[in-house]
Ligand binder design. Sequence first.
Ligand SMILES: NC(=O)c1ccc[n+]([C@@H]2O[C@H](COP(=O)([O-])OP(=O)(O)OC[C@H]3O[C@@H](n4cnc5c(N)ncnc54)[C@H](O)[C@@H]3O)[C@@H](O)[C@H]2O)c1
Length: 700
Amino acid sequence: MGRMLNALSQRDLELGPARDVEPTGHFRVAKDDNGVVWMVLDRTDKRVNTIDRPVLEELAGHIERFEKERPAAIVIRSGKAAGFAAGADINQFVGASTAEIKAALDQGHQVLDRLAALPCRTIAVVHGHCLGAGLELALACDRRIAVSDASLGFPEVMLGLHPGLGGTFRAPSIADPVEAMTMMLTGRAMPAKRARSIGLVDAVVEERHVAAAVEAAFYGDLRKKSPSLQARAMGYKPGRQFAARQMRKKTAEKARQENYPAPFKLIDLWEEHGGNPRAMQRAEIDSFAELIETETSKNLVRVFFLREKMKGLKDGSSGVKHLHVVGAGAMGGEIAAWAAGQGFKVTLGDIKLEPIGGAVKKAAKMLEKVLKDPLKVRDALDRLIPDPDGLGISHADLVIEAVPEKIELKHKIYAAIEPQLKEGALLATNTSALPLADLAAGLKDPSRFVGLHFFNPVSRMQLVEIVSHDRISSETARRATAFAAEISRLPAPVGSAPGFLVNRALTPYMAEALVLLDEGIPKERIDLRAEEFGMPMGPIELTDQVGLDIALDVATSLRERLGENTLPPAPDWLTKMVEEKRLGRKTGRGLYDYDDEGKPKKIAPEALPDNSKDDPDMIDRLILPMLNAVVACIDEGVITDEEIVDGAMIFGTGFAPYRGGPVHYARQRGIDGIVQRMKDLAAKHGPRFEPHPGWERLKG
Ligand SMILES: NC(=O)c1ccc[n+]([C@@H]2O[C@H](COP(=O)([O-])OP(=O)(O)OC[C@H]3O[C@@H](n4cnc5c(N)ncnc54)[C@H](O)[C@@H]3O)[C@@H](O)[C@H]2O)c1
């Protein structure tokens, strides 16, 4: 047997059908001399495997034959380098009616049930991405072998859904139920080894040992782990009730049930039916069909496509292999570490030594969190080279300047750097607000100059604004956009207007919060209202996070440049706090006080006095000026593609993803209504609420 399996290894199948092969649509099927059927899923129409109706129908056809022919065993694996399967094809549900969705799910379940019921042993061999419906296909097999690079997960929750092809009952009955639920509730993928430890897969092997592992599975040597006591307790309702309570609490820390119902729905289903797979199956189908109709899910699917669109802005390669960063402070240090983690050689310079040392230390911590694998962290740190003398500048393909926001200082640095740059190298600035044209003023070759505006913290904020100016070459803009995508960030091209898009939109939100504070509304209540709307962090806490000094600088400069009717003046007490170095989270004290872990000390909402003030206009006062600024940016041509605007605001500010982005939200709410509301607010609170003329043109 071993000899035959080796002869039909994955490589042979990839090179083309071996003997006794039946070429079909998406599966290549071959039977070896031992009667083992190898099915290789390799969609002919897609770069990665997705699971949709045609794939399931084709699978059903094969199963029907296997039911009669009874092969010795069936091995299912993928012929794609990227992995086993990326999940269901979301497009198949767009525009479908509830009845059609239920019918499709019913059919899919029947196919996987029949696969699970085959009288012969079925073995899934998974490598690379094994997600969503792909994982559900693997779970319907008797055994799962993971190649060591495999990453397994249920990302459905990110689309406002839960698994819909049996994952909700197969995963908790095969793996540790609490771990399986956590996997579905968070949407986080897990590496093969961890999947083995929770019982989701039966073995983890290197690619070259797949055939031997299949043989072991065939002879029944791969034994299932016996379930732990805790896992067995989950077969009974009281056990599940207890666990479900904790799951609800944990989930609620991340998402509000009214905004993100899917994970809560899944917990309910599992608590109720977790001991009864048949009942769970029915409930899963009904609940999935219900969730997919919610605005939340539709908007999250939209966000998925927005992300794809932003990734798609990459056109060719950046040509960057070596990056040099000038300034190893809060931003420069993170940009350098992140890029090293993404495989780039990075040299990091600063006028002082301490920031470089500090940046390398922080890099190790951040990379451990992001890369998880100690070997990868070590390699990334090897690529991050401290360079106090700036020797890397003359070798780098891209130099990013991240020194303090002072135009004279930046000019001085460009004058020193530019003559050293090698031919074809790009020069970028991470400026938050300085006009690119002013920064480029002294440059000999401004065509190679670009803004790469990263957000803090770089490891969490996916957006990079690609800032252009009058004299930038299209090639520089193209390469800068490609570079952002190559380091797994999402590019949004913007013009060099005050605050670009994101800071221009966020500043009125933060500034209005300070006015509300001055009106006597408790800060916790202001933050709570914004979080209820769906912002990841309230404006008061955000101001602390940005730093009161930076927030004050940005607000003052925007007000100067955009006119005093656009923003409320900064309160005197804010200037005083900055003078006293109460700068927010970074100094441990700001609008909130911070504990040792950097968490704000807040009064719990239920502990706020009932009679403490509230303002029914509060949400509109915070959100509408933000939308107004977004509309101004579109109208002024700072950024014109509404979808990229929505994507940039979601990935750059965390703007309520379940609302699909600010422009989408405005359109859904109704532009006329918003304009009227802003006029009313302007009459009551001042001209900063006057609707921008761009609203009328947006209706266009
Ligand atoms: N902090 C943020 O949240 C944030 C976000 C986006 C963009 N930015 C922008 O990024 C830039 C850097 O901001 P930061 O917060 O990292 O500042 P920072 O003060 O933390 O770091 C700046 C670093 O530059 C170094 N430096 C000063 N003069 C230098 C010189 N002549 N040569 C080399 N290094 C020199 C300093 O020693 C310091 O380590 C600014 O333009 C800022 O507006 C900041």
